[in-house]
Design a protein around this ligand. Sequence first.
Ligand SMILES: [Ca+2]
Ligand SMILES: [Ca+2]
Ligand SMILES: [Ca+2]
Length: 125
Amino acid sequence: MRHITIKPIAAMTFALALLGTGYAQTRPAAQVELTPEHFSQLDRNKSGGISKDEYEQFMRESFQKLDTDGDKRLSKAEAGVVMTPQQFAEVDKNGDGELTLDEFIEHVMRDFDRHDYDKDGVLQP
Ligand SMILES: [Ca+2]
Ligand SMILES: [Ca+2]
Ligand SMILES: [Ca+2]
């Protein structure tokens, strides 16, 4: 399968796990690659790029899917489906052992910015 040449975006792998890609029980999240199918699920308006809005929207939905008990926080167990304990610690800014939506979004949007090399607010394949 042809892979789009976006560098694997660390935080995006959290979300890709939720797209049901035969994910990471067997391999680390960092090795999940962005396939054209993933890309098109993120590129909702089919503009050929993933805008910040599209990315954030997708991540908010991902957070809700991960939050299986619906308390608006991700416990280590909930987040453990898609991230390693080390990643969890990075996202958990205040170190209280749970991820709020704010912590999660802040982390993933910083990741977006880091990969938006030309700083136009859109990730292109
Ligand atoms: Ca788009
Ligand atoms: Ca929860
Ligand atoms: Ca926290």
